[in-house]
Structures are given as structure tokens and as C-alpha cells.
Design a protein around this ligand. Structure first.
Ligand code: ATP
Length: 133
């Protein structure tokens, strides 16, 4: 069946650059799979886990939202932040979760609430992905 090239890129670094058998992305309208020789596609991503398969084994990467672009058998994921499940610092994510929950409980203004909810969502997904390694 072959492979497609997966590139997960943030403003700081390339997090993943490898040939994969398939990938499943956290699209804003639901998860979608990308197989080798997929048609061209551009999709917005939400906070979630990107799953990809190499040699029949699943790997997970945290994605803070962003965009997925499929072109010429290359899936490029551009995200503000991303890290492999193996690199997730659980204590840091727990601390971020507690901070966000405290801010939400304090009922700050709407802008702060939106930010706190996004921060909470990132922490919850990071903790879930840390379980999958
Ligand atoms: P925090 O409040 O702990 O900084 P955050 O959700 O605000 O969390 P981001 O803005 O998403 O953090 O990411 C900032 C940088 O820190 C990115 O490079 C991201 O990969 C890294 N990062 C954030 N949280 C973790 C974590 N729990 N484990 C490993 N890397 C993390």
C-alpha cells in the first residue's frame, strides 16, 4: 500500500518528519484519516491527538489546533504547539489543568474564560495522550 510523508511543524521546530502508513487528524469537524495517495486537502484542526501508523504500530502527537495540508503524498500539519506523546510532561499538564480550572472557577471576563477553556482543553488532551504511550 505504500506510505505518505508526515511533517508536523510548529514555529519553533519540526516535531515529526517521517514516512507513515496512515494518519488520523483532529479536524474541526471531526477526525479524518489520510492514506497514501490521498487527494489534495486543506483542513483546520482543533486541539487533539494526531495518530499515525508506522510498521503497524500507532504513535500519538499532541496538536494545539492549526492546519493540515495534503498535497503530493505529503501531509503537513502546522500547529502553534505540538509534541510527541512520549515528550509530554504530565506534571506540567496537571499544573496547567489546575491553573485553568482555578481561573474558570473564578469567572474572569469572557476573554479570559475562552483562554482558560482552551488551556484546560490542551491540558486534558495532553494528559489523555500521555496515557497512550
Ligand atoms: P503551559 O501553561 O504548561 O505552558 P500551554 O498549553 O500554555 O501549557 P503551549 O502554549 O501549548 O503550552 O505550548 C508552549 C510550549 O510548551 C510548546 O513548545 C509545547 O510543546 C510545550 N509544552 C506545553 N505543555 C507541555 C507538556 N505538558 N509537556 C511537554 N511540552 C509541553
Amino acid at each position: 500500500m505504500g506510505t505518505l510523508q508526515l511533517e508536523v511543524v510548529t514555529p519553533d521546530k519540526t516535531v515529526v518528519s517521517t514516512a507513515v502508513e496512515m494518519a488520523v487528524c483532529p479536524g474541526v469537524e471531526g477526525e479524518f484519516g489520510v492514506l497514501p495517495q490521498h487527494v489534495s486537502l486543506l483542513s483546520a484542526l482543533k486541539i487533539g491527538g494526531l495518530r499515525y501508523r508506522i510498521d503497524g504500530k500507532d504513535e500519538y502527537v499532541f496538536i494545539s489546533g492549526g492546519f493540515a495540508d495534503v498535497n503530493n503524498n505529503v501531509l503537513t500539519v502546522l500547529a502553534e504547539s505540538a509534541e510527541r506523546a512520549a515528550d509530554i510532561d504530565t506534571a506540567r499538564a496537571l499544573a496547567a489543568k489546575e491553573r485553568a480550572e482555578k481561573r474558570i472557577a473564578e469567572h474572569a471576563d469572557n476573554i479570559d474564560m475562552t483562554r482558560a477553556e482552551a488551556s484546560l482543553q490542551r491540558a486534558v488532551v495532553r494528559l489523555q495522550l500521555a496515557q497512550s504511550r
